[in-house]
Design a protein around this ligand. Structure first.
Ligand code: GLU
Length: 287
């Protein structure tokens, strides 16, 4: 199949996970929440749901919002401070989302996950059941990592990986990662003017993994390499994935219309795909 054919098929996607990063949700100059962008995001997602799709939002921004509220300058180094920021900021973030979604009479739910939730088969099953019920109730789940209780040993660390695992968990057919970059580049476009946007990645090869290492984003914890890891999980579990610029929230709609936006990684479900394979690493062994 050609890129165009894959892009056309995006119109038919039914269960969609959209991930938005802190850098896309905040003003670069001040670090404050970009309300206009948030409003547009809320409208687009509600519209997708109203059009008959299932929608899940994975959002960052808890630590960023908490920092602003508590007037803490810079990224907190100390874990307890970061976690306190997340505790304050997550509530604030949800308050804003609920206020904006309420404009459209859209009910939302908060789901905070940790790696424990994913690793433990019972918790994982419970999470799947919750997502299923919420979908039946036409509620939009708003997911983030439970930063207040995650520890270094067991945290996802970035919401790129988290959103891919959520996509795998709920058997989504499309994952859209909104970032502060247009997509995957052949090299870091901030350093190399010759760097070109790669619009289509039929397979996540070693070369692609190497490309990701070169181009990181400046804000947020993700960077390109975590997005490629997310792509490996998403395509392996049977979801297409698109990395696109969150600067234009309208990109979500354009992607769903089959337009050539960002980088598309088409799904090729691995028959032996097991979510567990992506949860345990040498660093975080099975316990
Ligand atoms: N979970 C973190 C937050 O909401 C962000 C993680 C990320 O930047 O990917 O602040």
């Amino acid at each position: 199949m050609t890129e165009k054919e894959y892009r056309d098929k995006l119109k038919e996607k039914q269960r969609i996970v959209v991930k938005i990063g802190s850098s896309s949700l905040t003003h670069m100059e001040t670090g404050k929440i970009n309300l206009e962008k948030m409003e547009r995001l809320v409208r687009v997602l509600t519209d997708l749901l109203n059009g008959g799709r299932e929608v899940v939002l994975v959002t960052s921004g808890a630590v960023a919002a908490g920092r602003k509220t508590l007037q803490i300058a810079g990224r907190p180094e100390e874990k307890s401070v970061k976690q306190a920021c997340a505790a304050v900021g997550q509530a604030r973030l949800m308050m804003l989302y609920q206020k904006l979604f309420a404009e459209y009479n859209q009910v939302t739910a908060q789901i905070l996950l940790t790696k424990y939730t994913m690793i433990n088969a019972v918790s994982r099953e419970n999470a799947v059941n919750t997502f299923r019920e919420l979908a039946k109730m036409k509620v939009i789940p708003i997911v983030n990592e439970n930063d207040t209780v995650s520890t270094d040993e067991i945290e996802f660390g970035d919401n790129d990986t988290l959103s891919a695992l959520v996509a795998a968990l709920i058997k989504a057919d499309l994952l859209i990662l909104l970032s502060d970059i247009d997509g995957l580049y052949t090299d870091d476009p901030r350093k190399n003017k010759e760097a070109g946007l790669v619009t289509f990645v039929p397979a996540v090869t070693k070369e692609i993994l190497a490309m990701g290492k070169g181009a990181g984003t400046s804000v947020g914890t993700g960077g390109m390499s975590s997005k490629i890891t997310a792509a490996k999980i998403a395509v392996g579990c049977g979801a297409d994935m698109v990395i696109a610029n969150g600067e234009d929230i309208g990109n979500i709609r354009k992607i769903m219309e089959g337009k050539s936006i960002g980088t598309l990684f088409p799904a090729h479900r691995a028959e032996d795909f097991k979510l567990e394979d992506y949860l345990y690493t040498a660093q975080y062994p099975k316990y």
